[in-house]
Design a protein around this ligand. Structure first.
Ligand code: ZN
Length: 138
């Protein structure tokens, strides 16, 4: 069995951002040389997510609005976690949007359903953070 590991780094200009990383993951699959297997991508921080959905700007605005209803950033004082930190909302948003994705690799390609794209979801950005790509197979 072959294995492949890579870290992808991010430093978003805003506190919250969604970044389509599908092209980078496709490049990882190509570099791995693996034709049949599984590809895991996970955020390595507890205030960021990796998720799969549509690359449609209206939907991304809907995610932002929905997440702000569920776990509004402000007032910071509404959260027990906030004191020395102000990112309780980011921990909650990350939990809803998920830590990782797994995609099958078939014939050397990500075996997606229609419109599936992979995103890095940042909820406490403006600093260096990373995601892990692990691919196993043959
Ligand atoms: Zn925190």
């Amino acid at each position: 069995m072959k294995t492949y590991r890579k870290e992808l780094w991010f430093n978003t200009p805003h506190r919250r951002d969604f970044i389509n990383i599908t092209g980078e993951i496709e490049q990882c699959v190509a570099e791995s040389g693996i034709k049949e297997g599984m590809c895991l991508v996970n955020a390595m921080h507890i205030t960021a997510s990796i998720f799969i959905n549509d690359d449609e700007p209206g939907l991304h605005q809907d995610f932002e609005t929905w997440l702000e209803k569920l776990a509004p950033e402000k007032p910071y004082s509404q959260y027990h976690h906030n004191g020395s930190e102000d990112n309780a909302d980011a921990h909650l948003k990350r939990t809803i949007m998920g830590r990782e994705i797994v995609v099958a690799i078939t014939n050397g390609k990500l075996d997606f359903g229609p419109w599936e794209q992979i995103f890095y979801g940042e909820f406490d950005g403006k600093r260096k953070k990373r995601a892990l790509v692990k691919i196993i197979g043959e």
